[in-house]
Design a protein around this ligand. Structure first.
Ligand code: ATP
Ligand code: MG
Length: 424
């Protein structure tokens, strides 16, 4: 898929998701508002109900008699003489219960003229009571002054949210699932794209790598068929040598690809034996003899480890050392100076390949051991390769319960160190 198409999909889907979230928020808000209206109505009905019952109580003949007796004793009757606090308490409780209004509440009879609460249950919430939207005048019961019955619910928002709680929870959950799936799909898409690019690179590289030896072999065979060459055994020998060299180069390359493919599929088959790493390192350096001369390279072995023995697979370890030395030579463009060092540390054997090559930038160091990864150098790679060597090395070393570590500075060179458990 093209980059533009992916960006377009991400943008469109992101916009759609924002749209869904906004719609959801809108619906939740509307539901909350609706519930709030219902809640407000219920409280108003309850407050009105209390006032009506207080009025009925006032008109009761027994109560009238009581008031008459009180007025004989007092010069002026107060609001609590008309509205008894205990009666108010029981009426408010009963009405709110009747309306199925749960949760903590406060109430009081307050005077609007001086903004003072006369009595009620309101400790610490005087101001809230005065500003509460649930008020009802009690002037029909007690005229002097400007008294109101007010109710206040401190946990109103919590009560409302609890009312639509399940819906809220489900929508939040579905939204989360949607966002998570979206991020996962996009992440996967980008990863797939990267893998497909790497695979394309690999195929390009491989065809290029195979093309050179095939072309050379073809040319050598053609030359051998020429009349003047057929009569010259020396030239025939030379061209046969070229064909053989190119053939073995091709074979090596195919083997490298096959090793990694086999490792990916079945895991590597290891034949573990006690062996000396020093011996392996010497033979690897020997196999590079021609290339070392050709490249004017200076390779020094510092085999200082007193105990070079490990339990390992000779074939795979040789390949790993071969790859590291091959890289050190490949990525040191001028006069390669390579040091191969061994040392013991605790019960470990450390083998280091140090070069003075181009080095690896810090940004790419974390990817260097990934399958098919090559440091990008634009479209053209001056040095050919598949990006398999270090991945193979890491896999093999990890199967030996060891680790491989890189220290590198761009322009200054690289050092790859292998840590293996030494054998006693
Ligand atoms: N010694 C080194 N100095 C600088 N860069 C290095 C060195 N070794 C590896 N690299 C970088 O790491 C990349 C991966 O190395 P790796 O050996 O896995 O693949 P390769 O050399 O490109 O191909 P091949 O599969 O033939 O080994 C290389 O392409 C190169 O960019
Ligand atoms: Mg390599």
């Amino acid at each position: 898929m093209k980059k533009k198409a992916i960006v377009l999909i991400i943008v469109v889907t992101s916009l759609a998701m924002v749209g869904i979230i906004l719609t959801q928020v809108f619906w939740v808000n509307t539901a909350l508002k609706l519930k709030e209206d219902q809640f407000d109505n219920k409280i108003r009905i309850a407050v009105k109900g209390v006032v009506n019952q207080l009025l009925e109580n006032k008109n009761d003949t027994l109560f009238q008699e009581k008031l008459r007796m009180l007025s004989c004793r007092k010069s002026r009757l107060d609001v609590y003489d008309y509205i008894h606090p205990d009666l108010l308490d029981s009426l408010v409780t009963a009405e709110l219960k009747c309306m199925r209004l749960e949760g903590q509440y406060y109430y009081g009879i307050y005077n609007k003229t001086n903004n003072r609460v006369a009595f009620g249950c309101y400790e610490g919430f005087e101001k809230d009571l005065i500003n509460s939207p649930y008020q009802f005048s009690v002037s029909s019961i007690y005229r002097p002054g400007n008294y109101y019955l007010s109710v206040y619910f401190p946990g109103k928002t919590v009560i409302l949210i609890r009312m639509i709680g399940y819906w809220l929870l489900w929508s939040a959950l579905f939204l989360l699932v949607l966002i998570f799936s979206f991020v996962y799909v996009i992440f996967n898409l980008l990863q797939q794209k990267k893998i497909s690019e790497i695979k394309n690179d690999f195929i390009n590289n491989m065809t290029h790598e195979f093309k050179t030896p095939i072309a050379t072999t073809c040319l050598a065979a053609e030359m051998m068929q020429r009349e003047e060459v057929l009569n010259d055994p020396n030239r025939i020998k030379k061209y046969a040598g070229i064909i053989q060299d190119e053939n073995s180069r091709l074979q090596n390359q195919i083997e490298q690809v096959l090793h990694v493919a086999a490792m990916e599929q079945n895991g590597p088959a290891f034949k573990m034996k006690k062996l000396s790493v020093h011996g392996l390192l010497e033979s690897v350096v020997e196999s590079f003899e021609l290339l070392i001369k050709e490249r004017n390279a200076d390779i020094t072995l510092h085999l200082d480890a007193p105990n070079p023995l490990v339990t390992g697979d000779k074939f795979h370890l040789l390949n790993v050392f071969y790859n590291l030395l091959d890289n050190a030579l490949k990525y040191s463009p001028t006069n390669p100076k390579i040091d191969i060092l061994t040392q013991n540390q605790g019960n470990q054997l450390i083998i280091t390949f140090k070069d003075n090559g181009i080095g690896i930038s810090h940004e790419h160091q974390k990817d260097i051991f990934k399958n098919l990864f090559r440091v990008p150098t634009g479209n053209i790679h001056e040095v050919r390769g598949f990006g398999l060597g270090l991945y193979y090395a890491k896999t093999v070393i990890e199967h030996h319960h060891g680790r491989i570590q890189l220290k590198s500075e761009p322009g200054a060179g690289s050092a790859f160190s292998i840590f293996l458990n030494s054998n006693h």
